[in-house]
Design a protein around this ligand. Structure first.
Ligand code: HPA
Length: 273
């Protein structure tokens, strides 16, 4: 049995009568999402087969399962980034385990820099598409046909129906929601102003250092994907200097609004995927 199948069994036995319907990847500073769950159970990654070791700065490395309204949710709290030198496929086992445990969709949250002045720090941007700037994929290597096809279709990478549901959830909670294309950069350096101007001409609305590998893993195994970015800064050249501290501070300021939006979304989700 593969690691993801063993992990799925662990998840299912932990979930008891409430097998998860949706997975959520929580970016740093968004732990509050899981705090509003009822019947929550927590399992450190170190106790689950094949899950990556914790130790990512600002990330706990634990699986939190619980209910939001009638929706059974499994949250991955802790992700690894390519810039840490970790394998791009680090989250393959957790994401595939969620699928094998019965999840139909995955909601991914992240921080991003904005390429548009009209989308300032503190804004929320729903991803409608992405640009894989490094051209890397966690799916490179032999393909396991039991998990998914060799060639993954990305035409509807960010599921249209889930996007509708996020729009409805935002409007029900009177939350302003931007939409746009996310461009993935490897990091850990921020971009140069010239790169940002080039990315704008390519059609990017925001840049960030995560999410795309996770989307590729999820789409490969047949999970529907939705993603929301917290805009933490204007991109390089559009404001006077960038720092990780600012990213964290702006991220935690916007976290309560994103937490509300995710709560609304999860309550609307059952039966929709
Ligand atoms: N660039 C890349 N990643 C980011 C940024 C940025 O400006 N802000 C938050 N994550």
């Amino acid at each position: 049995m593969s690691a993801y199948q063993k992990a799925a069994q662990q998840i299912l036995s932990l979930a008891g009568a409430h097998p998860p319907e949706v997975g959520v990847i929580l970016g740093s500073g968004l732990a509050g999402v899981a705090e509003s769950f009822t019947d929550a159970v927590v399992l450190p990654y170190s106790e689950i087969d094949g899950f990556p070791p914790a130790g990512v700065e600002g990330h706990t490395g634990q699986l939190v399962m619980g209910k939001q309204g009638s929706c059974s949710v499994a949250c991955l709290q802790g992700r690894s980034h390519a810039y840490e030198g970790h394998d791009l496929a680090d989250l393959a086992v957790p994401i595939r385990a969620l699928k094998a445990a019965g999840c139909k969709s995955l909601l991914i949250t992240c921080a991003a820099g904005s390429l548009q002045k009209e989308m300032p720090p503190g804004s929320l941007m729903m991803l409608t598409d992405h640009i894989n700037w490094p051209g890397l994929s966690p799916l490179i290597g032999p393909n396991d046909d039991e998990i998914g096809p060799r060639f993954t279709d990305l035409s509807n990478a960010y599921d249209d129906d889930l996007q509708k549901l996020i729009r409805q959830s935002a409007s029900a909670a009177s939350i302003a929601l931007h939409e746009g294309v996310y461009l993935w950069c490897l990091g850990p350096n921020f971009e140069t102003p010239a790169e940002i101007r080039a990315f704008a001409t390519l059609g990017a609305n925001a840049v960030g250092m995560s999410t795309v590998p996770e989307v590729l893993i999820a789409r490969h195994c047949g999970l529907k994907v939705a993603a929301i970015a917290v805009i933490t800064n204007l991109a390089a050249g559009m404001q006077s200097g960038l720092s990780h501290e600012q990213t964290l501070a702006a991220g935690s300021k916007a976290a309560p609004i994103l937490t509300t939006l995710i709560g609304e979304y999860l309550q609307r989700l059952p039966g929709k995927t």
